[in-house]
Each structure stands twice: as C-alpha cells, then as structure tokens.
Design a protein around this ligand. Sequence first.
Ligand SMILES: CCCCCCCCCCCCCC(=O)CSCCNC(=O)CCNC(=O)[C@H](O)C(C)(C)COP(=O)(O)OP(=O)(O)OC[C@H]1O[C@@H](n2cnc3c(N)ncnc32)[C@H](O)[C@@H]1OP(=O)(O)O
Ligand SMILES: CN(C)Cc1n[nH]c2ccc(-c3ccc(F)cc3OCCn3ccnc3)cc12
Length: 398
Amino acid sequence: ALKKRHMFWETQPVGQYNNHDGDKGGGEEEQVDGPIEAPQPLSDVRQEPYNLPSNYEWCTCDITDEKVMKEVYTLLTNNYVEDDDNMFRFDYSVEFLRWALNPPGYFPDWHIGVRAKESKRLVAFITGVPAHIRAHEKIVLMAEINFLCVHKKLRSKRLAPVMIKEVTRRVHLRNIWQGAYTAGVVLPTPIATCQYWHRSLNPKKLIDVGFSRLAPRMTMSRTIKLYRLPNETVTPGFRVMERRDVQAVTRLLQGYFSQFTVAPHLVDDDVEYLLLPIENVVNSYVVDNPNSHEITDFCSFYTLPSTIIGNENYSLLKAAYSYYNVATVTPLLQLMNDALIMAKLKDYDVFNALDIMQNESFLKELKFGPGDGHLHYYLYNYRLKAPLRPAELGLVLL
Ligand SMILES: CCCCCCCCCCCCCC(=O)CSCCNC(=O)CCNC(=O)[C@H](O)C(C)(C)COP(=O)(O)OP(=O)(O)OC[C@H]1O[C@@H](n2cnc3c(N)ncnc32)[C@H](O)[C@@H]1OP(=O)(O)O
Ligand SMILES: CN(C)Cc1n[nH]c2ccc(-c3ccc(F)cc3OCCn3ccnc3)cc12
C-alpha cells in the first residue's frame, strides 16, 4: 500500500520510516534511547522568526492580559479540536488556559500567536511550557507543546509547519532540545498509542446529545439506574487536597511514577501548582488515614467542557478528565469510584480516562465504555528503542 508522505515531518528529528516500504529505518545498527540530533551552539540557532505569509505577523500572547486571553479563548473555542464526527469541540476555559500555560519556570515568548496585519485578529496559536520528563532513567527538560490551532479559514496552507518551526526555534533559544506532545492524528512516529474511555454520569443528557446511544434492549430508566452513583464517597479519610498535603502528595507521585518508562518528574512546586484544587479547572483529593493521619492515596481530574455543535437543547458537555491517581492503601478501583462520585456531585456529564498508567485495571469494572478514537504520544528529537504500551506511560498532557 502507498505509504502516506509527511513532507514536513520527514524533515524533522523524529522517528521516521526511512524507506517507504514501511519497515523501520535504522537498518542493522542498534537503536539506542536518546536524542536524535545533538544540541546546537546557541549562536547557530536562527535569530529571526520564520517568515509568515504576507499580511500576517507573529505576536506573543500575554496570558496575564485579560483581553488577550479572551482572544485566545475565542480562537480555540471556535477552531480547536473536534471529535471525528464533528459533534463536539473542546471548550478550554480562560482560567484553565491560564493555569495550563503558566507553570513554574514558564517562558512568555513560548505563547505564540499569528495575527492578520490589518485587522489584528488572532488567527493561529501554538504554545510550549517547560517540563522535566523522565524517559527510562534519564530526566530531560523538554517543551510540552500544545494548543496548536489555525483558524478554520486558514487551513491547508502549510501554516502549521511554520508554527511548529517557530516554537521549536524559540525553545532552542532557551537551550532546550527535546519536546513532548500528543495528538489524535497519526504522525511520524508515536511513542505510544492510547485509547480513551468514557464513564457516563448523566446518561440521559449524553444520549439526548448523541454522545452515547441507548444500549440494545435497554430502556432509559434502566440506563439511568445502571450508571447511578451514591451521593457520598466511601473511603474513610477521603477529602479535598490542601496545601499542607503537597509534600506528601509529591512523595506519593514520585514513588508511583517510577514504574513507568515515560513520566513527569514533579517536585513540590510542580505539585503545588498543578494539583492544588482550582474551581472549574482541577479537582484533587487525598485519603488522610483517620488513625495515622498519613496521606496514603491521591486522585485528581481536570475540567474540560466541549461545545456541543448544533444541538438545540444543550450547548455544553461538562467533562472531567482523569489526571494523576496514586493508590497505595485504598484499592485503585475504590479510589476511582470515589472520584466518579465527586464528579457526579459536581454535575459533570461524563468522566473520561485514557488507558495509560494502571487505568486499565478499573475501566471496565467502573462501567467506562471505549471511545471512538486514539490519542498518540510523541517525543521530538528523542528516540525510544521501542514504542511503549499505554501501561508504560505516566504522562498526561492537557
Ligand atoms: C526542541 C522542542 C520541539 C518543540 C516542537 C515539537 C513538535 C510539536 C508539533 C505540534 C504538536 C501540537 C500538539 C497539539 O497542539 C495537540 S493536537 C491538536 C492540534 N490542533 C487541532 O487539531 C485543532 C484543529 N486543527 C487545526 O487547527 C489545524 O488542522 C492544525 C493547526 C492542527 C493543522 O493545520 P492545517 O491547516 O490543517 O495543516 P497545514 O497547516 O496545511 O499543515 C499540514 C502539516 O501539519 C501536520 N499536522 C497536522 N496536524 C498536526 C498536529 N496536531 N500536530 C503536528 N503536526 C500536525 C500535517 O501532518 C502536515 O505535515 P506533513 O505534510 O509532514 O504530514
Ligand atoms: C490532550 N490534548 C493535547 C488535547 C487533545 N488534542 N487532540 C485530542 C484528541 C483526543 C483527546 C482526548 C483525550 C482523552 C479523552 F478521554 C478523550 C479525548 O478526546 C475525546 C474525543 N474528542 C476530541 C475532541 N473532543 C472530543 C484529547 C486531544
């Protein structure tokens, strides 16, 4: 069969199919894990931005500026990722975007926009945030790339490669040479391909909007009963995470991540920033053992609604996404069921999870159903000897 050509990606330091009959390049010599290209001297990095089509200009989007954030929000809510049937489109909120783009050590000039010179309208966007990511036993400072978006009216003009080269250039100027990203599309070359799963919390709404369908021989009332959850959690000591829990949660996470081949390397400041609860952005809970007062377990989910495209009764699908969860005493199944109970109490319609980490151990039993697509994980300028199984992945990108 004809192999799909990637005229841009074949020029990039990513895993390639060298000859196009599909067998892996690299021939006989042993593939080792590690950078594909060596770092360049900073004086060799292109100093000026890449050329944009005339009538367009680069801008740096200041995420502390309310007006700019509104423009970013509006571009994304109208032009960002849709599901395969174009029924839903991610609706990242302004608070969520500010949280996602502002982690400790962030670089303002990695929040890159493209504006039309005349109207000054924001027509494209791409972001990077720095993160320490461990691959096997190596901790590498990488750029996590996200929110690549070109306005629907400017698609298929090869603008995306320019955006990618520009963010790469700015990352290089900070002496960082690796990147990490995920996408629903297949590109050269995934380090892992994961499946997403959905757990209905409000089955009636999900069926009304066409997100899910009534199972054969099931009535609506039977379906509502099937997904019903108690209105309080069952684990003794289960409570909202507080600042005083940060050190304990960091220790739990570092221990938990050590089993995965690729995982974030989080320190207290990261945990405090990423995992302390923020209303409508991220919810996190600990199990504080009532006797020992030891923090033995942790679970979290983030808030990412989707616009329901063209439905007259509902405009928004309120979705919770499983984030990081560590169970050392409480069974993971019970901990995640408590997370579902909290999500239902907070009026989410659906709870989503990838089959990464140990998630496969609870998905079916907690009545998750498989989603209709995949999420592919990628590293830039870093080769892994072999692709990973989802269970070997400990990294969640927003
Ligand atoms: C050292 C640090 C390194 C940092 C950098 C690391 C790398 C970071 C990489 C970025 C990671 C982002 C992660 C992220 O944000 C999470 S994935 C979400 C991406 N965004 C969306 O899906 C929003 C809706 N779609 C759009 O806005 C456009 O369709 C986009 C902008 C996606 C493509 O615009 P377009 O008008 O439809 O297309 P052209 O401009 O004509 O360009 C076509 C070329 O773009 C390649 N393409 C398409 N989708 C891609 C995707 N999701 N990643 C990478 N490449 C993607 C495609 O394969 C082709 O190249 P090829 O000919 O070689 O096949
Ligand atoms: C990760 N981050 C980079 C955003 C992103 N980009 N591309 C994607 C493709 C799938 C998922 C995803 C990840 C986990 C999950 F449980 C469900 C998902 O998508 C459902 C299908 N869908 C797509 C859009 N609206 C609904 C996220 C993303």
